[in-house]
Ligand binder design. Structure first.
Ligand SMILES: [Zn+2]
Length: 467
């Protein structure tokens, strides 16, 4: 029996070299059909470097460029905040592209946008894909955007190839993945995943200007009701969800690998800690008598590092990103100290053990230094998510068929996929980005890398839609 990889090489060779010999032509099509598991109707033989899955790279790039102009800061930076005028314009742009691609478009009460390509068996749970287009202040134009505009192009790629989905395919643009305006990350996907806690919280959430979430949503043309639970999707609403995203890390670029197949997404826990001491004059306060809240905080920061390293896994990380001292004067012993700690892992138990150790350290430091531990609050503690094997396997075989080098990896940043995993089997596809830069204007992904990601996404969607 000829190994499959040989068949692939032979078939690619045939695609590349032969266009006039119809018998072999048919054989090639049959082989590719067998390979990809779906029917190829009119393969294009013009591009010797690819099968029929050809991406309109120029158009996709021009769409990414155009979307980046809906920004509140000048190019090359992008700033697009939830429900701002620019955000509303950008949403209109996405809906327009979905319409052009023949998708039926709907929006929910917070502005998650869905574009559906109805399959031949529409009663089956659809396969979905998507990401976000909001951008934190002075960030770049690829984070999230590649997974929305790239997903629409993946649909176009499949349509051009003559593919007909069995399960419907749905492109989703999630509302507010970034926490910029209301302090809540992955707002849209959390709601879709059925967060009752968030549905209640949104009723009393205001932004920095004291504008309520509801008023902001209304101004952007959404919902007149406070019933955000209407947005919840039931578990099983999708047979699969897969997100295409720039890696936001340097690994793929450094190793010259085209595709990252994400096996797990690390989840953060955030902790707020306050210590209080007596303060006093930096000259007059004798050292043995002090109860310095600042030193307690710095000691805890070192303890965070120690406990994270004790886990023994490279996937456990911890950061003290905020450390504020009060009153913040050179000649005053800090009477109050405030820390905010972020710790993440792909193993929930291991991460929670780190949190417990941090708590124990906070208690013992407060005792030893005679300061009060006035707050130790776990602000959020989302569970990590594992990708579904069915999806990672489909993505891996798509990479093999497209002859693209890939590597299995974890996502250290989290994405809407983390929450979609609560209601659907989930997977993610990473593409390289320049030096791993993200959340800054220098963020960049090469056209060829984006095109590779779109082709892998298209083929993965195709496989999942017929399974
Ligand atoms: Zn993102």
């Amino acid at each position: 029996m000829i190994p499959r990889i040989c068949i692939l090489i032979i078939s690619l060779y045939l695609f590349a070299g032969i266009s006039s010999q119809s018998n072999e032509h048919d054989a090639t099509i049959r082989t590719m059909e067998e390979f990809s598991g779906y029917q190829i109707h009119e393969p294009s033989f013009h591009d010797s470097s690819s099968s029929s899955l050809s991406v309109d790279t120029e158009t996709l790039q021009s769409q990414i460029d155009e979307l980046s102009t809906f920004s509140d800061t000048p190019a090359p930076s992008v700033t697009r905040i939830l429900y701002s005028e620019k955000d509303v314009q950008a949403r209109g742009f996405v809906k327009k592209l979905m319409n052009i691609s023949g998708l039926s478009v709907r929006e929910d009460a917070v502005g998650n946008i869905f574009g559906r390509w109805v399959g031949s068996e529409p009663e089956l749970a659809p396969v979905s894909t998507g990401s976000h287009i909001d951008a934190i202040p002075y960030s770049g134009k690829y984070d999230g955007v590649v997974g929305v505009l790239g997903a629409i192009e993946a649909v176009n790629v499949l349509k051009r190839s003559g593919f007909k989905p069995k399960r419907s395919l749905e492109v989703i643009m999630f509302t507010s993945e970034e926490p910029t305006r209301f302090g809540i990350s992955c707002l849209g996907s959390r709601l879709l995943a059925g967060s009752e806690e968030l549905a209640q919280l949104l009723k009393r959430t205001v932004d920095g200007q004291n504008i309520s979430f509801s008023d902001a949503a209304n101004l952007a043309g959404y919902t007149n009701s406070d019933d955000f639970s209407s947005i919840f999707l039931e578990k099983g609403s999708y047979s699969a969800f897969i997100e295409l995203h720039i890696e936001q890390g340097p690994i793929l670029e450094e190793e010259a690998i085209s595709i990252g197949v994400v096996t797990a997404i690390a989840a953060p826990a955030s902790i707020k800690v306050d210590f209080e001491g007596n303060g006093g004059h930096a000259g007059a306060g004798l050292m043995p008598k002090r109860n310095d809240a600042g030193l307690a905080a710095t000691e805890l920061a070192l303890a965070v590092e120690k406990h994270v390293l004790e886990s023994g896994s490279i996937d456990t990380v911890g950061t003290v990103g905020i450390l504020e001292l009060h009153p913040g004067a050179i000649n005053s012993i800090p009477s109050k100290a405030h820390l905010e700690i972020d710790t993440r892992d792909i193993d929930e138990h291991r991460r929670d053990l780190v949190i417990e150790k941090i708590h124990q350290s906070a208690l013992s430091i407060s005792k030893a230094r005679n300061v009060e531990l006035s707050e130790f609050k776990i602000v959020n503690q989302d569970p990590p998510a594992l990708s579904e094997e069915l999806i990672t396997k489909a993505t891996e075989s798509a990479c093999q068929e497209l002859n693209l080098p890939y590597k299995k990896m974890i996502s250290r940043a989290y994405h809407d996929s983390l929450f979609m995993a609560r209601i659907s089997p989930m997977g993610m596809i990473f593409i390289p980005c320049y030096k791993g830069y993200s959340h800054k204007p220098e963020e960049f992904a090469a056209q060829q890398d984006i095109a590779n990601g779109v082709r892998v996404l298209a083929l993965t969607l195709a496989k999942l839609s017929v399974s």
